[in-house]
Every structure is written in structure tokens, then in C-alpha cells.
Design a protein around this ligand. Structure first.
Ligand code: IFL
Length: 453
């Protein structure tokens, strides 16, 4: 969650550029519009926040992400494969050159293991996949090596949440499924590239170890001690902080053909569909339940959960997945843009911010990759237009402090560069550099398979 944003009503700064008509959509023109927005935002980042973690899009300054006051070029690294897919080659090369000249992970500072893997290790690997520059792979390996002690310290193979990049000091033994289990694709890619199985093995062990702690009815709770394996909560959720655990079970199968990952994915999905899927009003939702009894705890929905419809469809449960994605699309229709939290029992927001999130576009993109139905592209186009209308600020795209007043906040998360801009582009532009039949995009949108050089 984003804290300490400065508010500003969307208005003058959010100049609305002419957009193509929605009926009889010209997808290529819309794709070009996305590319122009990416270049515009990149130019502001280049000029005002070069090498910094994040630009502050309302004030035109910058802010660090993990380590207070220390920057690791987060947005730049997250943007690279998106730039490459858009054929913004000069911008891509400028970013790679910055990494080669300035990026150094030997820092006496603490980072989140999970965020660092999905954003930085993943970003460096996808950029390496795009251009083959060995320095990018070497940087990814150096960073992963600094994170490995978090996996090795636990007798159960469950990583701590935080680690100091230089000293290896660990913190945060109370952790959760997503932070434990969202690394097999980045670490597996690294293992393949370096012929060193340690990374894949550590990631797989964490996934399995988590799975083995499921309840008798097959559900995982959402907080656990990584040293003892003791559960610290009773809540099973498909949202944070469990969400991408389920995604990476499927992904371990999709990217590496790991049959154990597939079996774990199937077992978890069956339990979730049995105990968590409910019909409320006109739509199907996934509610939070007690992980041992299946009793309902809360129907409140976190926007981050909206990725799940796309995952279900990828795993073969298309009907449930499509229904869930349409449920979220109806929320977008209701508020003009998605709030962070929604309660389908009352029809009201339960959290009024909008953190410039990609999940609904991600889900619709996955549906579209499966069946190529125009419904999904229209949904993605709606997501794009809402973002352009409400989140565009003076120097880039901004989160929203309140979706009901459309007040902006001075923050642009790094994932914006890696996720929705890529999903929009790939859905609209018929990208020459992407293999639409055989590909893999990580939870952070990093393309680890399917770039056509
Ligand atoms: O970092 C992003 C990623 O998709 C994830 N969780 C949240 C972010 C985007 O909302 O796994």
C-alpha cells in the first residue's frame, strides 16, 4: 500500500489527448497511443528522475523504494522489456547503459526479498532475454546471490521477508504465501541461464514447504512463521498476501513443465473453488474463509485479487475465471476506475484509493491470449482510457488518493512501467517482437519467454 501521498485533484495537468473512437476500434492506432504515452512518461523520468527508483509524477521529483534515500533504478529496470517490445530502442539502450555504468547492489541497506526478486531480478532477466547482454545476467545473479541467505536460514526453506544486501542480516520471520512463493520463475530462469540449480531448488522447496502446511480441507492461511512453520492467522484468501503464490504454482508448470507444481496448483484451486467461490448479487466472487473450517470471514475484495480470473482461465477453469473478471469489470464501470477495495455485499468501496494497478488488464489480457475474443480487448481499452483520463499527471501517471473524488496522489509505482503499459501494447499493437503463442509473463509482467529477437 502507498502511504504519505500528496493529493491533487486531476485536472489541468491531466490534459486529455484525442483518442480513437471506441466503436469499430482501430487497435493499431490505440497501440500507437500507448507507445506515445510510454515515451512521454519515460522522457519525464529521464529528465527528472534518471536512475532514481520512482518519479513523483505530480511534483516532478523522485522517491526511493526499498532503501530510504538510496536508489537502485527501479522504474528504469522495470521499464526495459516494455520499451524493447515497443521498439523504443534508444530508450532501452540508455537504460541498459545506465545499469552497466551505475548499478551496484553492494549496499548496506535492507530490501524486501519478494519485491526485489519480482521487480529487479525479474526486470534484469527480461532485459537480458531481450538483448542478450551478459552484464544484465551477471547483475541478476549478483543480486540473487545476495538474497539466497534468506532461503537458506530457514530449516523449512521459507525465506524471511527482508535482507540486508551487504551483510545478509535477516528480518521478518512472520511472512506469507505470496512472499514465500513468488520466485520460481525468476530463480528458475536464472538457474537455466547459469547452469546452477541452487536458485530453482530454493524456490521450489519454498513452494512445496508452504503447500505441505495446507489444512485438511486444502486451504492455506495468510500468515506464517518461516522458522517454525506455525500459522499466525486463520484467513484463507486469494488476494494479498497470498495471491501470487497460486500464480507461481501454475507458472512453475507453464514455464518449466514442473508436474509437481501443476499438481499443487490443481489441489489448491480445487479447494479454493469449493470453499471460497460464492454468488453475490449478479456476480461470482471469492470470499475470505477460515482455512480449517471453510467458514466465511469476509466478502470484502481487494483489487489485487482481480488477477485471479485470468489465472483460473489459464489453468483451464475458464467459466469461473471469465465470471470473476466480469465481476471486477462491473466494479470498474460503477466507479469509473477501480478502487483498492470493494464490498460486493454493500456495493460500496471498502478502500477508496486507486494504486494505479494492472490486475484487471492483466486478467483480460490472459483471457484474450486464450480465446482472442474482442470482449477482452475492449475491457483492456476501457482500463487504458480510464487510466489516461484519471491518472495522468503533469510528469507521468499517478495513483489516486480517492476514486470517488478522483483526487490524485504524487506517486508512480515501478510496476506501472512493467505491467499495464505492456499489456495494453501487446493487446492492441500486434507486436512484432512478441510470440503470441508461446510466452511467459511473470507476476510483475516481466517477459521471461516469448521475446522475438
Ligand atoms: O508488484 C505488482 C505485482 O503484480 C504483484 N503484486 C502487486 C503489484 C501490482 O499491483 O505481484
Amino acid at each position: 500500500m502507498i502511504i504519505g501521498r500528496r493529493g491533487l485533484i486531476a485536472g489541468g495537468a491531466a490534459a486529455l489527448l484525442p483518442l480513437p473512437a471506441e466503436a469499430g476500434e482501430n487497435w493499431r492506432v490505440l497501440g500507437e497511443d500507448v507507445r506515445a504515452e510510454m515515451r512521454w512518461a519515460w522522457n519525464h523520468y529521464r529528465k527528472r528522475a534518471w536512475g532514481k527508483d520512482q518519479i513523483t509524477p505530480v511534483s516532478g521529483g523522485s522517491e526511493s523504494f526499498s532503501i530510504k534515500g538510496h536508489h537502485l533504478g527501479l522504474s528504469l529496470i522495470e521499464a526495459l522489456d516494455t520499451l524493447w517490445l515497443m521498439e523504443l530502442d534508444k530508450e532501452f539502450q540508455d537504460g541498459v547503459d545506465w545499469i552497466k555504468a551505475h548499478l551496484d547492489f553492494d549496499v548496506d541497506g535492507e530490501v524486501s526479498v519478494f519485491e526485489t526478486i519480482i521487480r529487479l531480478v525479474g526486470g534484469l532477466l527480461s532485459a537480458w532475454h531481450a538483448c542478450g547482454d551478459p552484464v544484465l545476467l551477471a547483475k541478476a545473479k549478483d543480486l540473487a546471490d545476495r538474497l539466497m541467505p534468506s532461503f537458506e536460514a530457514s530449516p523449512l526453506g521459507l525465506p524471511h521477508r527482508f535482507i540486508n544486501l551487504r551483510t545478509g542480516a535477516l528480518r521478518g520471520s512472520e511472512t506469507n504465501p505470496a512472499e514465500i512463493g513468488s520466485c520460481i520463475t525468476e530463480f528458475g530462469t536464472l538457474s537455466k541461464a547459469t547452469a546452477d540449480p541452487r536458485y530453482f531448488d530454493a524456490a521450489k522447496k519454498a513452494l512445496v514447504s508452504m503447500f505441505e502446511r495446507r489444512s485438511k480441507i486444502g486451504l492455506l492461511a495468510d500468515r506464517i512463521d518461516c522458522m517454525t512453520g506455525e500459522w499466525k492467522s486463520r484467513r484463507a484468501t486469494i488476494g494479498p498476501p497470498s495471491d501470487s503464490y497460486y500464480e507461481y504454482l501454475w507458472d512453475g508448470w507453464q514455464l518449466f513443465g514442473d508436474v509437481e507444481c501443476l499438481a499443487m496448483y490443481r489441489a489448491c484451486t480445487a479447494a479454493i473453488l469449493q470453499y471460497q467461490e460464492v454468488e453475490i448479487g449478479d456476480h461470482f466472487w471469492f470470499v475470505d474463509v477460515d482455512f480449517e473450517t471453510g467458514g466465511k470471514i469476509s466478502a470484502e475484495q481487494d483489487e489485487l485479487s482481480s488477477f485471479y480470473g485470468g489465472l483460473l482461465a489459464q489453468g483451464g477453469n475458464r467459466r469461473d475465471g471469465e465470471a470473476y473478471t466480469r465481476a471486477w469489470d462491473s466494479v470498474a464501470d460503477r466507479f469509473g476506475i477501480l478502487p483498492e477495495g470493494y464490498d460486493p455485499e454493500t456495493g460500496k468501496t471498502s478502500h477508496v484509493t486507486n494504486d494505479l494497478r494492472p490486475e484487471l488488464a492483466d486478467a483480460a489480457f490472459n483471457h484474450w491470449l486464450i480465446d482472442r475474443r474482442e470482449e477482452w480487448r475492449h475491457m483492456i481499452a476501457k482500463h487504458y482510457r480510464a487510466m489516461k483520463r484519471w491518472n495522468r499527471a503533469e510528469y507521468g501517471y499517478a495513483v489516486m488518493a480517492d476514486v470517488t473524488t478522483k483526487k490524485q496522489g504524487d506517486h508512480c509505482p515501478g510496476y506501472w512501467w512493467s505491467e499495464q503499459m505492456k499489456y495494453y501494447w501487446l493487446a492492441f499493437a500486434d507486436c512484432r517482437r512478441f510470440d503470441y503463442r508461446k510466452n511467459y509473463l511473470s507476476t510483475e509482467g516481466n517477459v521471461l519467454l516469448g521475446l522475438k529477437r
